[in-house]
Design a protein around this ligand. Structure first.
Ligand SMILES: Cc1ncc(COP(=O)(O)O)c(C=O)c1O
Length: 311
């Protein structure tokens, strides 16, 4: 069976798995999630994902229903049942199932999980669209509340971009589902993993790779006005790994909403993108991105052969 589903203690046929109407994830988005990449049947950097899940759960006061060992066992069992060597495992923990009321219920947390085949997808001429980052003030928590991310990704997609590059008070934070990186003069800039971005697991791994390669890193935000000083742009996530970007563009009508947070005038949540201006374009080779991509591929190859990838 390629696609596997799990709900509160039971592996189910994915078409038969049903979330109860009073599930708080459904009613309020009251929960958190994780996604881990599986290479050659082995979940990559699983311990780091479990640690982040612990931080997300603690942040919103949901009791962690499993020990680290139990999470590892559950995820490995799901991967084993899927029989898929290359996949993505998503899992959600919510505050549980209880009649709708805002106050925390007396309920056990709910756990759901899927395993789906995933071998990566290569984007053609990947470019990104700058959009205002109007998420709440705690994007560091990997909550199920992804509406602003969903809307931003959709607006970018409608314009033909692969990703939305979010800007809060003039500073580039991250993508709608990825972290953002910039190279200037052979050195890297990326937003610090503070409250305003999700501390990506791939980001953490790529920071280690950069250190190993001796590439200086500045964990400092970059203003979108500084893009003209940038030589390379790339994005990272569990799904895209290290994704080179060839162009950054902005919608002429949205320029004013990038520098103030939140914009004084509400921005349409699904803005008509209209006229698009290029604000940065790759000038041929992207050597730092290439080195990181190679190092990443090399670590994954080692991982596939059961070798340790992090110390
Ligand atoms: C908002 C956001 N930032 C960054 C990332 C990248 O995180 P990771 O490398 O853990 O996949 C994601 C991944 O889903 C995300 O949703």
């Amino acid at each position: 069976m390629a696609v596997v589903a799990y709900l509160n203690g039971q592996f189910l046929d994915p078409d038969a798995a049903r979330i109860p109407i009073d599930e708080r994830g459904h009613q309020f988005g009251d929960g958190v999630y994780e996604v881990v990449r599986v290479y050659s049947g082995r979940p990559f950097l699983l311990e780091w994902h479990i640690e982040r899940l612990e931080r997300s759960l603690a942040a919103i006061g949901i009791e962690n229903p499993h020990t680290r060992e139990e999470w590892v066992e559950l995820i490995n069992e799901a991967v084993r049942r899927s029989g898929e060597p290359e996949s993505l495992v998503y899992w959600q923990v919510t505050r549980g199932i209880a009649p709708r009321a805002h106050l925390f219920p007396v309920a056990k947390p709910s756990v759901s999980l899927t395993v789906r085949p995933f071998a990566g997808e290569a984007a053609v001429e990947p470019w990104v669209l700058l959009l205002p980052d109007e998420r709440w003030a705690n994007p560091w928590v990997k909550t199920l509340n992804l509406l602003p991310n969903v809307l931003a990704k959709e607006a970018a997609h409608r314009a033909g971009a692969v990703e939305a590059l979010l800007v809060r008070s003039g500073l580039i934070t991250e993508g709608s589902s990825s972290n953002a990186w910039f190279v200037r003069g052979g050195e890297i800039w990326t937003h610090p993993a503070n409250r305003y971005i999700l501390g990506g697991i791939t980001r953490r791994f790529v920071l280690d790779l950069a250190r190993d390669l001796g590439i200086p890193v500045h964990e400092e935000p970059l203003s979108w006005h500084e893009l003209e000083t940038v030589d390379e742009v790339f994005m990272t996530s569990t799904a895209v790994e290290v994704q080179p970007i060839v162009r950054v563009a902005v919608s002429a009508g949205l320029v004013g909403s990038l520098d103030t947070w939140p914009a004084d005038r509400p921005v349409s949540l699904l803005p008509e993108v209209g006229e698009i201006r290029t604000v940065w374009q790759a000038r041929g080779a992207q050597p730092v991105t290439d080195r990181l991509r190679e190092a990443f591929a090399d670590r994954v190859a080692r991982f596939r052969h059961q070798q340790p990838v992090v110390g």
